[in-house]
Ligand binder design. Structure first.
Ligand code: MG
Length: 406
């Protein structure tokens, strides 16, 4: 029985994680839940999973939920960043699932790694903004950081059994090989669906609406990541994520557009052999793999239907139409606090797009303007990252006012 703390339980990944847990009651026990909002959904989850501890974003939210009662038992209520830390380091917890958004994930991830917990990571920002610190923390504690992102889960599955060792991987192979010997990997190939505007010209992109951008062809995801998938920022962020997880240089990480989202990513080895992981586009699969590891668990999810699947398409990404991918590679290669600026400015740009303050094409334009203004800090600590994050968001707001009105 694996005892889990789920940070970010009411979001898209959080609810799908509880769906997986619910199907394997003999494997998992929910010990802690943390949510930033959506109190009524959280109350339902408490009744169903009966965690000993529940953490909310604010003292007021914790008081309100405690006063509401009706759970059939008395959970202890925690609050704020301290609540997340308590769950992440709880002696009763074996596995911490970090599915919070943004910076809320940093401190709990580092604390859980330091406490020697298994950590399954769905929060991209943790690796993009604090990749160096998190990687060091994983190495120091000998803990394997497990990706929940479908592409990185695919790469992990392809690498298992290959005695893989990158330069400084947070994600060594199943034999826990932390050595820095030569890698057998020639390159990683991340697949990208291309999003709803895969075939659009720049002219067509100039007029796309929020509603169009929110219609992802294959995946059911939250509002931020759905827009990031339409701009390819999501793939760019995943390239940086892969750099830290697998310890490979950016010239060994490629992206290929694959509209069907059946091949979730690939690894090309030094002999030219390529391994791929395929499956239906269902986030419960990478979630289940990360939390069930090293076991593969049976399930009754929809399977690939080979009688209906006729073709799989692959094409190179067009960075003229999707400049976000170029910006992400540039930020990743420059390193330091550039990826922090990339992620923070993009998050603001997506908010502005949702608010109809900037256009779809304004998203990468805004991010590029902020990146250009940045003075980097090498080897940032959490305070540096928080400071750069604040700066980038303020700069994004300034630059948004300078873009052409929608
Ligand atoms: Mg992904």
């Amino acid at each position: 029985m694996k005892r889990i703390a789920l940070l970010g339980c009411t979001g898209s990944i959080g609810t799908q994680t509880l769906d997986v847990v619910n199907r394997h009651p003999e494997k998992f026990k929910v010990v802690g839940l943390a949510a930033g909002g959506r109190g009524s959904l959280l109350a339902e989850q408490i009744k169903q999973f009966r965690p000993a501890k529940v953490s909310l974003a604010t003292a007021q939210a914790a008081q309100d939920l405690a006063a509401q009662g009706g759970f059939g038992y008395q959970p202890s209520f925690l609050q704020g960043p301290e609540g997340l830390l308590e769950l992440a380091t709880d002696p009763e917890v074996d596995l911490v699932i970090v599915a919070t958004s943004g910076q809320h994930g940093f401190a709990p991830t580092l604390a859980a790694l330091a406490a020697g917990k298994e950590v399954a990571l769905a929060n991209k920002e943790v690796l993009i903004m604090a990749g160096e610190m998190v990687t060091e923390a994983a190495r120091a504690s000998g803990t394997q950081l497990r990706p929940i992102d479908s592409e990185h889960s695919a790469i992990w599955q392809c690498l298992r059994g290959e005695t893989f060792s990158g330069d400084r991987p947070a994600m060594p192979d199943g034999e826990e090989n932390w050595s820095e010997s030569n890698s057998k990997v020639h390159r990683l190939i991340l697949t990208a669906s291309g999003g709803p505007f895969r075939t659009f010209s720049r002219e067509q992109m100039a007029n796309v609406t929020v509603e169009q951008a929110m219609k992802h062809p294959n995946w059911n995801m939250g509002p931020k990541i759905t827009i990031d998938s339409a701009t390819l920022f999501n793939k760019g962020l995943e390239v940086i994520e892969a750099h830290w997880l697998f310890g490979l240089d950016y010239d060994k990480i490629d992206v290929v557009v694959h509209a069907e989202s059946i091949v979730h990513s690939m690894v090309e080895f030094i002999d030219g052999s390529i391994k791929a992981q395929l499956g239906t586009p269902d986030m419960r699969l990478p979630i289940q793999y990360a939390i069930g590891y090293p076991e593969r668990l049976a399930n009754d999810y929809p399977r690939l239907d080979w009688t209906k699947l006729r073709e799989l398409h692959f094409e190179l990404p067009d960075t003229d139409r999707f400049p976000a991918l170029r910006l992400a590679y540039e930020a990743g290669i420059k390193g330091a606090t550039y990826p922090t600026v990339l992620a923070a400015a993009d998050e603001e740009a997506v908010n502005f797009f949702h608010q109809r303050r900037i256009s779809y094409l304004g998203i990468p334009e805004l991010v590029e303007r902020v990146l250009t203004r940045h003075t980097p800090i090498a080897h940032p600590n959490l305070e540096d990252i928080a400071e750069v994050d604040r700066w980038a968001r303020a700069a994004a707001a300034e630059e948004a006012g300078r873009l052409a009105p929608v």
